[in-house]
Design a protein around this ligand. Structure first.
Ligand code: SF4
Length: 227
C-alpha cells in the first residue's frame, strides 16, 4: 500500500477526466476570479491528520477555492462556514482557512472528497465520480486503522462514499441507507453521519445553520472519541 505522500504525489498528476482537466485549468486562466494569483489547477489531495478518527467527505473542489489554493475547502465560502464549525467543536486550530501555510491544523480529522478536480457548476457527472472513486478508496484504506466516524456533506458524497465503504469491506447493507441530514448509520465499527452540504446556497436559504452543522459534528466527534 502507498503512503499518504505517495498517494498525493500520484493524485496531483491525474488527468483521467478530460472535461474536468479542461475546466480546472481554464478557470485558472482567463476566468480567474482572483486575478494575479497563481491557481493550483490540479487534483486536490486530502487535508488533515494521517491518523484521523473522523473523515469529512465533501463533493469536489470549488473553482476559485480549493482549485486556487490547493487545499480542501480553503479559500471559499463553504470552507469559511465549515472551518468555523470545526473550530467551535474543537477539531480545528483556528476558525479560518485562507491558504496553505496559514497555520491551520486539524485534530484527528481529515477532509476528503469523492471527486478531486473542480467541476463546472459544482456538478461532476456519474462517470467522473466513478472514475475518481479509486482515489477516495485508497485514502480511506490508509485511514482504516484509526477511522471511527465519517461526516458526509450532501447526497452526492453519500452516494459516492457507500460503494467505496462496501468495496473496502465495511458491512454496508443492501439496499443502501438513504441520505438525510442528521442520519446516523453504523457499518461495523464505523459511524456515518449525514449533513447537508455547507454550500453558499444552502447557507443563504437557511437550509443549513451553524447550530445544525455543529450538532452533527459534535455527535460525530464524540463517536470518533475526539471530544
Ligand atoms: Fe483524476 Fe479524479 Fe481529477 Fe478525474 S476528478 S482527473 S479521476 S483526480
Amino acid at each position: 500500500m502507498r503512503t499518504f505522500a505517495e498517494l498525493d504525489a500520484a493524485l496531483v498528476e491525474c488527468r483521467a477526466c478530460p472535461r474536468l482537466v479542461a475546466w480546472r485549468e481554464s478557470v485558472a486562466g482567463t476566468k480567474a476570479a482572483f486575478a494575479g494569483q497563481r491557481y493550483w489547477a490540479r487534483p486536490v489531495p486530502g487535508f488533515g491528520a494521517e491518523d484521523a478518527a473522523l473523515a469529512v467527505v465533501g463533493l469536489a473542489p470549488s473553482a476559485h477555492g480549493a482549485n486556487r489554493t490547493g487545499r480542501m475547502f480553503t479559500g471559499d465560502p463553504s470552507g469559511d462556514f465549515l472551518f468555523r464549525v470545526l473550530f467551535d467543536v474543537g477539531l480545528a486550530s483556528q476558525p479560518t482557512s485562507t491558504a496553505i501555510g496559514d497555520g491551520l491544523e486539524l485534530r484527528g480529522t481529515r477532509l476528503v472528497s469523492p471527486v478531486r478536480c473542480a467541476p463546472p457548476d459544482n456538478r461532476p457527472t456519474p462517470v467522473e465520480r466513478n472514475t475518481c472513486r479509486h482515489w477516495l478508496a485508497e485514502e480511506l484504506e490508509l485511514l482504516r486503522p484509526t477511522l471511527r466516524a465519517v461526516v458526509v456533506l450532501g447526497a452526492f458524497g453519500w452516494q459516492a462514499l457507500l460503494p467505496v465503504l462496501s468495496a473496502a469491506g465495511w458491512p454496508v447493507p443492501a439496499p443502501r441507507p438513504a441520505f438525510a441530514h442528521g442520519a446516523v448509520v453504523k457499518f461495523g465499527d464505523l459511524a456515518v453521519f449525514g449533513c447537508y452540504h455547507v454550500s453558499p446556497r444552502n447557507v443563504q436559504t437557511g437550509r443549513v445553520t451553524h447550530p445544525m452543522v455543529a450538532a452533527v459534528f459534535t455527535a460525530a466527534a464524540t463517536a470518533a472519541g475526539l471530544i
